[in-house]
Design a protein around this ligand. Structure first.
Ligand code: F6P
Length: 351
């Protein structure tokens, strides 16, 4: 069956390169003479939440898309969509796609979005996934779209933080995003020569990190950087933050969770330092212009997505293996366990 129209949506947290992927899908669809419909705010755009369906589904013209290609964020907007877990809402989505004569769908998003795509495939909608997330938390692919940019934003920020750390002989704590995955933290740490990295994949104790930092101080390194992955607190051994800080002259509220700022206060006191400051990089990582690596992945992935749909191949996700763009069935891809690079982790933490 030839495709009457292709739809595209971006879903989950935005990631640098999403617009480049949309541009590539638009150029490829135009090349093959297939009209492209942009769906707003992820799966929400298929649920008929607005009175006029055209507010959520609009034909994407090359003229518009060419202008947004290098911009950060996502022109199509994005959102998480809890309703999509419910088959009743997925049925509405399928009806919307049929009503709009959309015969194939490209979903750019992370694992949650891929689960939605898998359900649509099972309901007979040919779907292709492009892994758009900064987190690099999908086991089947060497990189996700936005990861390289997010790492480079962190590297840039950490280098600047290390410069001021050096000036003041002051250690620093930097927290980076990545949800439950430590890849951004690990790659940023090894790329900047940071001395300590703490990730959710490896259980850890506050006292052990303090010991590591003291070892650096004893060696004369007064400006070490500790990189914390935002998900690392889930792997932290129980620590009485309230008890420790209140008995060491720092007010804090009972039951307060550990955070980068509190962690810096604890390190300062455990290691007897004059000062230790924390920086949380956060959304800067997501809102950056895509690097060449992310943009080129987006370009190849977008084109492959359209070619697959045109050739009647669907229910696949696109990724990168051994440096080459590839595709594989969604359900198989979702079963591949994410591996963590323990060798690099040990290297960073041991020197
Ligand atoms: O999945 C991308 C990501 O930026 C994670 O790194 C982070 O944990 C999460 O999204 C933040 O989500 P929100 O957009 O809800 O703040």
């Amino acid at each position: 069956m030839s495709m009457r129209k292709i739809g595209i949506l971006t879903s989950g947290g935005d990631s640098p390169g999403m617009n480049a992927a949309v541009m590539s899908v638009a150029r490829s669809a135009a090349y093959y003479g297939i009209p492209l419909v942009g769906i707003k705010r992820g799966y929400n755009g298929l649920l008929r939440k607005r009175l006029d369906i055209r507010e959520d589904l609009q034909e994407l013209h090359l003229e518009t898309v060419l202008d947004i290609a290098d911009e950060p964020g996502t022109f199509l907007r994005t959102a998480r969509c809890d309703e999509f877990r419910d088959p009743k809402y997925r049925e509405i989505a399928v009806q919307t796609l049929r009503a709009m004569e959309i015969d194939g769908l490209v979903v750019v998003g992370g694992d949650g979005s891929f689960n939605g795509a898998k359900c649509l495939c099972e309901m007979g909608v040919p779907t292709i996934g492009i892994p758009g997330t900064i987190d690099n938390d999908l086991g089947y692919t060497e990189m996700t779209l936005g990861y390289d940019t997010a790492v480079n934003v962190c590297v840039d920020a950490i280098r600047k933080i290390r410069a001021t750390s050096r000036s003041h002989d002051r250690p620093a704590v930097v927290e980076v995003m990545g949800r439950h995955c430590g890849d951004i933290a690990l790659t940023a740490a090894v790329s900047t020569g940071s001395e300590i990295v703490v990730v959710p994949e490896v259980p850890w104790k506050v006292e052990d990190v303090a010991r590591q930092l003291k070892r650096q101080l004893a060696k004369g390194n007064t400006r070490a950087t500790i990189i914390l992955a935002e998900g690392c607190y889930s792997a932290m051994a129980p620590f009485d933050l309230y008890g420790y800080l209140t008995t060491h002259g720092k007010p804090c509220y009972e039951g307060e969770p550990m955070s980068a700022v509190r962690f810096a206060s604890v390190m300062k006191r455990m290691c007897g330092m004059v000062e230790a400051r924390a920086t949380v990089i956060g959304y800067v990582q997501r809102g950056a212009e895509p690097t060449a690596r992310d943009s080129s992945f987006a370009f190849e992935a977008g084109n492959l997505a359209v070619r697959l749909l045109r050739d009647g191949i669907s229910n696949q996700v696109i990724g990168m293996q051994k440096g080459r763009v590839m595709y594989m069935p969604i359900d198989e891809a979702l079963r591949v366990k994410k591996r963590f690079n323990r060798r690099i982790y040990d290297l960073v933490n041991s020197l």
